[in-house]
Design a protein. Structure first.
Length: 335
């Protein structure tokens, strides 16, 4: 029987720990961090880390949009072309600056989301741009030619003055105009008028980012099976011909049919950090149970690339006592 190597990626792990009761004990997670040996994969962002885990050596801007489109298409067709993410965001303005305060749809119901989507779609249609909404909360557009510049990634643009986040390349003037048209259309959209009158958050713009072509497969097959709902991870799994499974299945699997290398990209299903950390504790407990009396290993990483390797030797480090997670994590984690 071959050894099984499981990699568990929890992008916002530090944030989950910081947002919960620090006195709460989480035995399985504490076991991994107290007895596992440290490991670091240098990655400027969590998406760069995802590429590295599949065997890529990424640098610069990543083709997030192309992978997103591939992941979200029901038939997962590998369509050529240059893709650009176009995600709904909320901007807040004062006398001096305009700040992106959030992205996604917040508390909008499906009917309101559909109204916002149709409003934005009409602007793109008038510009002759193909707009794809295969997923209700993340969208893409297809371009006939690649851009000669990069937009600021969405996570980095959050909290920035939009004037600073927008590219200064001459060709970006076209996209600034498109943004202005979308913002005007959304300001006049009935759903936003209703929400504005009732003091609720509006979706008043979009953010372009993640442009690029679909990459070729990685030079080496480092992952056999992937459990994930993350669009970048799912897209990478598809182009590398990995077996792709629902992440909800990971806790109950014995992985006997999943090959030697398994990647679990864990994403919170709710907005409640305490609940999510408890669910993560259950998953890690189940994974550790699968490792008992085997030569299998578990690699745990957060989005910064910091992590622990828990293997057979870790189980015999009896002198390392479990301590609360907050005392074992670095003060801050770069995403």
């Amino acid at each position: 029987m071959t050894d099984t190597h499981i990699t568990l990626l929890v992008e916002d792990f530090r944030s989950l720990v910081d947002a919960t009761d620090q006195a709460q004990r989480l035995p399985a997670l504490e076991q991994v961090f107290s007895k596992g040996r440290p490991r670091r994969i240098e990655s400027p962002t969590a998406n760069h880390l995802r590429f590295a885990l599949f065997g890529f050596e990424p640098s610069g801007a990543l083709p997030v949009a192309a992978l997103t489109h591939l992941s979200d298409r029901k038939a997962a067709q590998r369509e050529n072309g240059y893709w650009l993410r176009t995600d709904p965001v909320t901007l807040w303005a004062d006398m001096a600056q305009v700040i992106m305060t959030s992205y996604g749809f917040a508390d909008l119901d499906p009917y309101e989301r559909n109204e916002i989507e149709n409003c934005i779609r009409s602007v793109f249609l008038s510009e002759g741009l193909d707009f794809y909404s295969d997923h209700p909360e993340r969208w893409c557009i297809a371009l006939s030619e690649p851009l000669e510049f990069d937009f600021t990634p969405l996570n980095h643009a959050l909290g920035m003055d939009v004037a600073d986040a927008l590219p200064s390349h001459p060709e970006a003037l076209f996209w600034r105009r498109i943004l202005n048209e979308i913002q005007v259309a959304l300001h006049n959209c009935p759903v936003n008028i209703r929400r504005r009158q009732s003091g609720r958050q509006e979706i008043n713009s979009v953010w372009f980012w993640g442009g690029g072509f679909l990459p070729d497969a990685a030079p080496k097959d480092l992952v056999d099976t992937v459990y994930s709902n993350h669009p970048v991870t799912r897209g990478l799994a598809i182009i590398n011909d990995c077996l792709l499974k629902n992440p909800g299945q990971a806790g109950g699997e014995d992985f006997s049919q999943d090959g030697r290398s398994i990647l679990i990209d864990w994403m919170p299903a709710t907005r409640y950090a305490q609940e999510e950390l408890e669910q993560l504790e259950i998953l890690v407990r189940q994974l550790l149970g699968n490792l008992e009396d085997k030569d299998d290993s578990l690699a745990f990483f957060d989005g910064s690339g910091r992590g622990r390797i828990y293997d057979r030797s870790a189980r015999f480090r009896f002198w390392r006592r479990k301590t609360p997670l907050v005392s074992m994590l670095p003060v801050s984690a770069t995403k």
